[in-house]
Ligand binder design. Structure first.
Ligand code: BG6
Length: 517
């Protein structure tokens, strides 16, 4: 990926794991600085980068939000957030003090021209005092309806530079949800490219910042042994599971408009499917990688018109218990309609209609209030061509499975049959395992650390491009519309189970079974 620069202060723990790159100092403005995302993810990630010596001297972070903070009060609140949520804990006082010198706060409403003027004055001041040279990154940690007005004000106040004209960079990071459907995503994209050029826009999908998700590309394209088998000739089917034990927590109002399909499937899940399915890119750089990913999305088989819901199952959790604790039904969660038909679980059987994957089903499922939190991809290979041992007693041959554990206990395992030691021929499945924790010792960085650093470096390989987002919506919209019009609503499943029975039938009617990750 992009430029390799010497580290200012390499952390010995991670030495040798990667080449460290240090960007030019910029002002990173967080719109929505009083929100949950800033406290739980953004500031802790920035602090961890500082701790690892990956932030340039002079890097500046300006929080912008409605509450009345002074710089010092903001710093104190952010220190508390880091004490709770930073990957690198306890927080190192010396690193913090230096980091906090670059933290500022400007109070303002998102749609308030005066607020934006105050912000601009602060940014110019930072250029003088902190050497940020007019470089800007705007992080929109705000609901999507504020995006147009913020973009317009930034444009009007000349706070956005044009990369075609040279000069210091301006970039914008946009959080999901990126639209609600194809039409709204197109609208947002239109606004984005009115003020910014596509290469200035960094659409976050935090799954792409996960180490294990990036390792999918390395596994496939840095090794000679997997690629020859990575196709319909050897692969029987693929499964992807994104399971969460938590419910919707306090996010009822958002989830009521989203459901699991918009929350996870349209973005995180389809990103995983693209990475599993894509052809080798001509280079490991932003457009080459994304060109290949978008081809997978374009090849997704359309839902049969009028029968969209036949290839999918939607579910919703009812009362139950998860990890030994009582869990209430979705319809009883705070700010959720007691008659809601929003899905908290979805399972789909999908196809990538191209030369490599023709007729290989991808069974994908995502759900809240499942028995545990796990994200798992499994590649199920076809059985051996001739069942040589099946005539012997005590022998049942199991197909090989390559399992890629995205989280937790990140790693990769390969299941194959082995002879059980002894005088007779008996077989049993065994697994060969690689685990990040044991092989590399150090904890992988948080997804947001990687993504913030990539934005500062100007590398958008790990961000969704406009056509990816729109193609994903274009494919999913017909199913969402069909569900919206279907009065039967989702099938219910008790919290703490693996989803509705219909999801088991979806795969079992093909003679296959969900893997229990
Ligand atoms: C977010 C969704 O994008 O991803 C959440 O909005 C979900 O609903 C989260 O809980 C899952 O992320 P992770 O990293 O915990 O798998």
């Amino acid at each position: 990926m992009s430029v390799v620069a010497p580290a200012i202060d390499a952390n010995p723990l991670r030495e040798g794991l990667e080449q460290e790159r240090v960007p030019d100092a910029s002002c990173l403005v967080i719109f929505g600085a009083s929100g949950d995302l800033t406290q739980r993810k953004l500031i802790p990630a920035l602090y961890s980068l500082a701790h690892d010596g990956l932030l340039p001297a002079g890097q500046t972070i300006v929080g912008y939000a409605r509450p009345d903070y002074t710089d010092d009060a903001f710093r104190m609140a952010m220190r508390e957030a880091c004490d709770k949520f930073a990957r690198v804990r306890p927080v190192d006082d010396a690193v913090w003090d230096n980091f906090a010198k670059g933290l500022f706060y400007v109070k303002g409403e998102f749609a308030e021209p005066d607020g934006i003027l105050r912000l601009n004055a602060k940014l110019k001041e930072c250029d003088q005092t902190r050497g940020t040279g007019g470089r800007r990154i705007y992080y929109l940690a705000v609901p999507p309806n504020f995006f147009p007005v913020i973009a317009e004000l930034l444009g009007r106040e000349k706070m956005v530079t044009d990369p075609e004209q040279g000069g210091p960079f301006t970039r914008v990071i946009i959080e999901k949800p990126f639209g609600h459907d194809l039409a709204s995503a197109k609208e947002l994209n239109k606004v984005a490219v009115t003020t910014f050029r596509e290469r200035q826009v960094f659409r976050i999908d935090h799954y792409l910042g996960k180490e294990t998700v990036q390792n999918l590309l390395v596994l496939r394209f840095a090794n000679g042994i997997f690629e020859p088998f990575w196709n319909r000739q050897y692969i029987d089917h693929v499964q992807v599971t994104v399971a969460e034990s938590i419910g919707v927590e306090k996010r009822g109002p958002y989830f009521e408009t989203a459901g699991i399909s918009r929350d996870i499937i349209q973005n995180h899940m389809l990103q995983l499917v693209s990475l599993i399915g894509m052809e080798p890119p001509v280079a490991f750089e932003a457009d080459a990688v994304r060109d290949e990913k978008v081809k997978v999305l374009r090849a997704l088989r359309e839902f049969p018109r009028g029968h969209e819901i036949d290839a999918a199952v939607r579910g919703q959790y009812t009362d139950g218990s998860v990890l030994g604790e009582k869990a209430i039904a979705y319809r009883k969660e705070v700010n959720v309609d007691p008659h809601s038909n929003v899905e908290t679980y979805a399972a789909l059987k999908i196809f990538v209609d191209n030369w490599r994957w023709a007729d290989v089903p991808f069974y994908i499922r995502a759900g809240k209030r499942l028995p545990k939190r796990v994200t798992d991809i499994s590649i199920h290979f076809r059985p051996a061509p001739y069942p040589l041992f099946n005539k012997l007693t005590n022998v049942t041959m199991q197909p090989n499975v390559l399992a890629i554990r995205i989280q937790p206990d990140e790693g990769i395992s390969l299941k194959f049959d082995s002879k059980v030691p002894g005088p007779t021929v008996r077989t049993a499945p065994v697994t060969m395992e690689f685990r990040y924790a044991t092989s590399f010792g150090a904890e992988p960085p948080e997804a947001y650390e990687r993504l913030l650093l990539e934005t500062m470096l100007g590398d958008s390989t790990l961000f969704a491009r406009r056509d990816e987002v729109e193609t994903a919506w274009a494919w999913l919209d017909p199913l969402l519309n069909a569900w919206g019009a279907d009065p039967r609503g989702p099938e219910l499943y008790p919290a703490g189970t693996w989803g509705p029975e219909a999801a088991d039938r979806l795969i079992e009617r093909d003679g296959r079974k969900w893997r229990r990750p």
